[in-house]
Design a protein around this ligand. Structure first.
Ligand SMILES: [Zn+2]
Length: 72
């Protein structure tokens, strides 16, 4: 039983580290400029944040989960 859990954990860790390596190979160091990032505005508080960090809900962008659950 314990061996199974250990094996599962090891497999999970292996997949995670492979994913990290894969991501790093996609993000070439030359193209990782912050200026290229898409900026979006929170529909509730109008704060600007990178699109990757925003929460998308019904076609609108939000800065946090609380704002995405609020009506704009
Ligand atoms: Zn907000």
């Amino acid at each position: 039983m314990l061996g199974k859990i250990l094996l599962l954990g090891l497999a999970f860790w292996l997949i995670l580290s492979l994913l990290k390596q894969y991501r790093r190979s996609i993000d070439a160091p030359e193209s990782s400029q912050p200026a290229n990032q898409d900026m979006v505005r929170c529909a509730v508080c109008s704060v600007h944040l990178p699109k990757a960090e925003s929460i998308q809900h019904l076609g609108l962008y939000y800065c946090c989960i609380e704002h995405s659950q609020r009506q704009p």
